[in-house]
Design a protein around this ligand. Structure first.
Ligand SMILES: [Ca+2]
Length: 407
């Protein structure tokens, strides 16, 4: 900076001469700094002050400053009071945990001025009481993630499905399997899609060993407008969970022992258990076609049991239910793992209610209970309420059960 200013001045001054020689500038001192603190409280210590040759700096062969740039003088020369003890540092404490596990973090350690502490007018310790260091400088590990994309209605692999995780994308092979390399650790969102399927996603914890099933993902085939599909998946403990949908039609339940329920009267509702699973992970899937506006369908999960003896607990199940509509994942519900007795063996997940107010055709329940939801929970609106909510004529006649496919 100073150089620029001076040369500008010089060239201005010399602008009238033909060949301006650089003008030498002699250096001069800046002002002295303040005296720093005396390094002894008594018995004679030193204190110093400094100055710099930068006001201005010497330029173009000018002379440097002459004289000292540092002055030292004695201070606190009074005799120390009898018994004065200067402080001394104790040992460094332990390093704190590194702020990261890889990729460069930092840690600190502390020491106290307590060995001995200053007393009777003695001086405090000189220097820092905190020491900082870099740590875990190695690059963060990257992982390989493998899994399978399957059809939620038959558990068959889907080939050429697109799978994306942490910005990496690949396609599944003929066995529906995918493999992604160089995935950083941590919780990431796995997204899968394929033509004629609703897109789906799930959170997975990427680490050196990913539990079986945790990186698999199911896709729901696109279904008719207004239809719904519920998909149950879980881990390997317990091995057998069961998905139920309780309908308002004479208490008909769709589950492993009754694969289908149908509507009656005006309702063309049909619900099917698409796939049952008894050996862990799922899927167990129920599709509800033409659910009747004004109905309530109760979705719940049971732990398979013989008599009063449930084969396991929801606590360890990692159970989750996904609700799809025609083309989209609508809701993912994870089973609660606390707040209930280990032997309670029914998880009331949600109620599907076409015609419900607010255009959200379901109500989340998500409670574990000791008994299955009662038949009275599933119901139909009264004819007049239904007419109001579903915009149909209260007196609209209709055929009984039919196979019509209209929407
Ligand atoms: Ca089952």
């Amino acid at each position: 900076m100073a150089t620029n200013v001076s040369s500008t001045k010089a060239s201005t001054t010399d602008s009238t001469t033909t060949s301006p020689p650089p003008t030498p500038v002699d250096g001069d001192w800046s002002r002295w700094s303040r005296w720093n603190e005396c390094d002894q409280p008594c018995g004679g210590g030193d204190q110093t002050r400094v100055r710099q040759c930068d006001n201005p700096r010497p330029q173009n062969g000018g002379r440097s400053c002459s004289g000292e740039d540092k002055l030292t003088k004695r201070c606190n020369t009074q005799p120390c009071p009898p018994g004065a003890i200067n402080g001394g540092w104790g040992n460094w404490g332990r390093w704190t945990q590194c702020s990261k596990t890889c990729g460069g973090g930092h840690q600190v350690r502390e020491r106290l001025c307590n060995n001995p502490p200053p007393s009777n007018g003695g001086m405090n310790c000189l220097g820092d009481n905190v020491n900082k260091s870099e740590c875990e400088m190695q690059l963060c590990p990257l992982y390989v993630v493998k899994g399978t994309v399957k059809d939620a209605t038959d558990n068959n692999p889907i080939k050429e499905a697109s799978v994306t995780l942490a910005g990496h994308t690949t396609l599944t092979d003929d066995k529906g399997e995918y493999l992604l390399r160089n995935i950083p650790g941590g919780t990431k969102t796995l997204v899968a899609s394929a033509s004629k399927y609703a897109i789906n996603s799930r959170r997975i914890l990427v680490q050196s060993s990913i539990p079986k099933g945790a990186s698999d993902i199911l896709l729901s085939p696109i279904i008719a407008k207004d239809a719904f599909r519920v998909v149950l998946t879980w881990g390997d403990d317990p091995v057998d969970l069961d998905l139920y949908v309780l309908t308002p039609y004479r208490g008909c339940r769709i589950y492993y022992n009754n694969l289908r329920c149908k509507g009656s009267g005006d309702s063309k509702f049909e619900g099917d258990l698409d796939v049952d699973d008894v050996d862990g992970f799922g899927p167990e899937t129920i599709t509800l076609r033409e659910p009747y506006c004004g109905d309530k369908y109760v979705v719940y999960v049971g732990i398979f049991s013989s008599g009063a003896d449930p084969k396991g607990s929801f606590t360890t199940s990692q159970a989750r239910v996904q609700l799809f509509n025609s083309t989209t994942l609508v809701e993912t519900v994870q089973v609660p793992v606390s707040g209930y007795d280990r032997l309670w063996q029914f998880w009331h997940v949600l109620n599907i209610e076409p015609g419900k107010k607010g255009n959200v055709p379901y109500t989340l329940v998500n409670k574990v209970r000791s008994g299955a939801p009662a038949r009275s929970v599933a119901n139909q609106m009264s004819i007049s309420d239904r007419a109001r909510a579903c915009r149909v004529k209260a007196d609209s006649g209709g055929s009984s059960d039919s196979d019509s496919d209209d929407e």
